[in-house]
Design a protein around this ligand. Structure first.
Ligand SMILES: Cc1cc2nc3c(=O)[nH]c(=O)nc-3n(C[C@H](O)[C@H](O)[C@H](O)COP(=O)(O)OP(=O)(O)OC[C@H]3O[C@@H](n4cnc5c(N)ncnc54)[C@H](O)[C@@H]3O)c2cc1C
Length: 353
């Protein structure tokens, strides 16, 4: 079938890749000038994301139904990244996916707050094989020697994963067979089987609206600002994402290839796309330094920000009508949910079995 996709962010690229591999003729339209990340707060949120795949930790603010989608997605990302690694052009850097679990950490004075978070996670995960596992200092040192384990409380969240967002988005775009990518072309309006571009309406057998925050006013989507700090820290080796439960500041650290670590992320109810504030940068870096003093000699590669697309109930939605599918509201768990939501949507429409 002839498929038109509005948006070449996380959902748009993954949908194009899946549909093209299923034999459909796919065209994708996006206002970005080219497929590269921009780091100016304007492009796809998917590039800014830290790539934590945390069905357990996200139970603090979501529910078991979303977590179940997350477990499905982790399995799917494992297969997808393996295929991308095989097919990426020899010159490109292969995407990266780790499934070593993640750690929840708390300094001594924050133990009470940490226990409350753990209680919510354990309630949401009751009956599942994956449960938070308390670690003593020796086990923590074994898992993450870079941590000054003495004064920390720690729990392992088994089965959680992390994905290298930038490399994965690039590889999805580069290896989707026969897809026509139309850069610099914003979709002005859309409807069942049609997209309006600067040159006029184009018709398709089926259209996907995957524009994230750009889907307004068709959907009541809002942007929730998030900021990250990218460090080059060759002196600090991490084997899995870390999440610090701090009474005031939430922080996670995600290791990336090339001795890089992403610190994230602020969560601010604002659609401001301007550069990262001093306050957010100081809070993220101070919390990270409190956890791993050796990060002091890390070098700041960049500060980034973007908007998470969220619907009023902060839950994702899939909306179908003949000739048109809209998916939106992936909020703070887009990477965690995208494969599961697309599997469901493509099977509902009969475009993939
Ligand atoms: C700081 C930060 C950290 C995050 N960390 C994580 C994490 O660790 N784990 C996780 O699971 N999720 C994380 N997320 C969330 C995740 O990035 C988003 O949920 C996800 O990117 C949403 O995917 P999307 O495809 O709906 O939107 P996007 O990735 O934003 O893509 C939307 C695309 O639509 C295009 N578009 C807009 N308007 C138009 C138009 N008129 N016509 C055509 N195209 C248009 C845009 O240019 C863009 O390319 C994070 C997000 C942020 C900001």
């Amino acid at each position: 079938m002839k498929i038109g996709i509005a948006g070449a962010g996380l959902l748009g690229r993954l949908a194009a890749w899946l549909l093209a591999h299923a034999g459909h003729a796919v065209q994708v339209f996006d206002p970005a000038p080219d497929p590269e990340p921009r780091f100016d707060g304007q492009g796809a949120a998917g590039f800014t994301a830290a790539g934590m795949l945390s069905p357990l930790a996200e139970l603090e603010s979501s529910d078991p139904e979303l977590a179940a989608l997350g477990w499905h997605s982790i399995e799917r990302w494992g297969h997808i990244v393996a295929r991308l690694a095989k097919w990426s052009p020899a010159a490109g850097k292969p995407p990266h996916f780790d499934c070593n679990g993640s750690l929840l950490l708390a300094h001594g004075p924050d133990l009470g707050a940490a226990r409350r978070v753990l209680a919510r996670i354990e309630a949401g995960a009751s009956g599942w094989p994956q449960q938070p596992l308390a670690l003593d200092a020796a086990r923590l040192r074994e898992l993450e020697p870079a941590l000054q384990s003495g004064a920390l409380h720690a729990w392992l969240l088994p089965g959680e994963a992390a994905i290298c967002t930038i490399r994965t988005l690039k590889a999805l775009q580069a290896t989707a067979p026969g897809v026509q990518w139309h850069w610099g072309q914003a979709v002005r309006a859309l409807g069942p089987g049609r997209l309006e571009l600067a040159a006029g309406w184009q018709t398709f057998d089926h259209v996907f609206d995957l524009r994230g925050v750009g889907a307004r006013p068709d959907l009541p989507v809002r942007g929730v600002r998030g900021e990250t700090v990218w460090l080059h820290a060759p002196d600090v080796t991490l084997h899995r994402p870390l999440r610090l439960l701090h009474a005031r500041h939430r922080l996670y650290l995600v290791p990336r290839p090339g001795q890089q670590i992403v610190l994230g992320a602020s969560e601010i109810e604002s659609e401001d796309r301007s550069p990262v504030s001093l306050r957010s940068a100081v809070e993220l870096m101070a919390a990270a330094h409190s956890l791993i003093p050796a990060l002091a000699e890390g070098r700041i590669l960049r500060l980034d920000r973007n908007l998470r697309p969220a619907l009023p109930d902060n839950r994702p939605c899939i909306h179908h009508e003949p000739g048109l599918t809209r998916i939106n509201g992936l909020y703070r768990h887009g990477w965690l949910l995208a494969p599961a939501l697309l599997d469901q949507a493509l099977s509902d429409t009969g475009l993939m079995t």
